[in-house]
Design a protein around this ligand. Structure first.
Ligand code: F0G
Length: 470
């Protein structure tokens, strides 16, 4: 490879390389995930993270190139795969790290030790914008016009927003599961004009289908199997370090669904350490909901570890077979992380290895109690996000984390994404049950209703106005 940035298969026994202009979402040879890697020696690299401070004077300005305005592209030297002119940005990543002593005290932390990273303050209301800006920039560079994802709601909201904000605009296509999406998120995809297919199935079924469709119809896939998404999500950790005066926290705690975010964090810290820009990496805690706890089962029950990339695939297949045989479907109030076959599993195992990580599960009741605490003492978050604070409380009780360690909990999505969950918690009233879907046709000129489609390739192609290629 002579390029300064390229893709590489993460399987140590394969390590096939591909150019960044090659559109594939797994290795052609062995089907493992791909990483974006850089030939850092040939790139202009900052000597220290303080280098980025020279952009602070311009970061508030929607100014020339708009790149400093973005909390992702402000760190562009650390994700150098796209020329500045191709970047698609909407001002993502202008988020807050809040020191939250009141909440910290409530769960037994010492003052000054608990920090909440509010990724719900992104333009589409979740951390997904960090990754979308990166993947959209690549899609634009490669001249793609149609983009698609499967989603539990936030990826689709973010994709829909970026698709209509791109220059030129792209067609956004989103696959959502039936009855599996919080209305705040569904309303975004519809309002931003995405073609919304409601598949009869859950997220895992949607992801399987969108990957097949993307492949067959040449649509650019925006799920986190797209390694460029994860490049953008590294910036969440750069901003955490920036807000802490470039000090590395002791712990970063993040909810785990499809395991893209935790994988991106692990890659960010590994790269920064290899580049000598940080001296140590933080520990990582990934928190599953009990009703969607595949990672927890694999790591804690079946003792699956990264093992230099040679993780025990048989154990993973065996667990998936048990799930299939028992017709297991994940179920949690934290609908964002209601996922049973996380596609980034290998990368998450690697992140756990890099960051001496731990995995925990927390029940829906515990998630909701911690969501209410975040709301009471902070700016609020959606249920999945509160899994991080619930996980912290558990790890404090288990004395894995001590009250005087510096801990950053990532609050991945905005409170208003899922108001039903909040209202139900505080009033006991199930708003969805009160308002059964009316059988009416929308009359608005811009109305963009979701289309119901069977979990079937031909039916999906026909909903996209195409026939299934043979
Ligand atoms: N928190 C929120 C609010 C999310 O929307 C998601 C994922 C996660 C946590 C988990 O992140 O997948 O990187 O481990 N939502 C995806 C979606 C699956 O379709 O919006 P992850």
């Amino acid at each position: 490879m002579t390029e300064k940035a390229y893709q590489i298969c993460i399987n140590p026994d394969c390590q096939a390389t591909y150019g960044i202009d090659q559109i594939l979402f797994s290795c052609d040879k062995c089907k493992s995930l791909l990483d974006v890697v850089y030939d850092w020696e040939r790139l202009a690299l900052p000597r220290s993270l303080e280098y980025f401070e020279h952009r602070w004077g311009t970061k508030g300005l929607w100014s020339e190139g708009r790149l400093d305005f973005s909390g992702v592209w402000r760190f562009r030297e650390l994700l150098p795969f796209v020329p500045n002119e191709a970047v698609v940005t909407i001002g993502e990543g202008r988020t807050l790290l809040e020191q939250c002593d009141t909440l910290g005290r409530q769960i037994g932390m010492k003052p000054g030790r608990l920090f909440l990273q509010y990724e719900g303050l992104n333009p589409s209301g979740s951390f997904k914008d960090n990754g979308m800006t990166a993947a959209f920039s690549l899609a634009r560079m490669l001249g793609r016009r149609r983009v698609a994802c499967a989603s539990t709601g936030n990826t689709s909201a973010s994709l829909a927003m970026f698709a209509n904000k791109s220059e030129p605009p792209m067609q956004g296509i989103v696959f959502i599961g039936t009855g599996k999406i919080a209305y705040g998120k569904l309303s975004q995809a519809l309002d931003y004009g995405a073609l919304t297919l409601q598949i009869e199935g859950d997220f895992d079924a949607c992801l399987r289908r969108v990957m097949q469709i993307a492949d067959k119809l040449g649509i650019y896939l925006m799920n986190s199997v797209n390694p460029f998404r994860l490049e953008g999500q590294k910036a969440i950790m750069y901003r955490v370090l920036e807000a802490l005066g470039w000090q590395v926290p002791d712990w970063v705690i993040v909810p785990g669904g499809n395991l893209g975010n935790c994988s991106a964090f692990g890659k960010a810290f590994r790269e920064l350490q290899e580049l000598g820009l940080i001296k140590r990496v933080p520990r990582l805690a990934i928190i599953n909901a009990t009703g969607a706890n595949t990672l927890h089962q694999l790591v804690d029950k079946h003792k699956v570890t990264w093992n230099g990339g040679r993780y025990d695939r048989d154990k993973v297949s065996a667990l998936y077979k048990v799930m299939d045989d028992s017709h297991y479907l994940p179920h949690t109030i934290a609908s964002a992380i209601e996922i049973s076959r996380p596609v980034n599993l290998p990368k998450a195992l690697r992140a756990l290895d890099v960051c001496k990580g731990v995995v925990r599960e927390v029940s829906d009741d515990v998630i909701l109690e911690h969501k209410a605490l975040v709301g009471r003492y902070g700016f609020g978050c959606e249920p999945a996000s509160a899994a991080s604070v619930a996980g912290l409380n558990l790890l404090l009780k288990q004395q894995i984390i001590s009250p005087d360690e510096n801990v950053v909990c990532i609050l991945t999505g905005h409170e208003l994404k899922d108001p039903d969950a909040t209202v139900k918690y505080h009033t006991g009233i199930d708003m969805k049950a009160l308002t059964p879907p009316p059988a009416v046709t929308p009359t608005g000129v811009c109305a963009n209703p979701p289309r119901r489609v069977a979990d079937d390739l031909e039916a999906i192609c026909s909903a996209l106005g195409e026939t299934l290629p043979v």
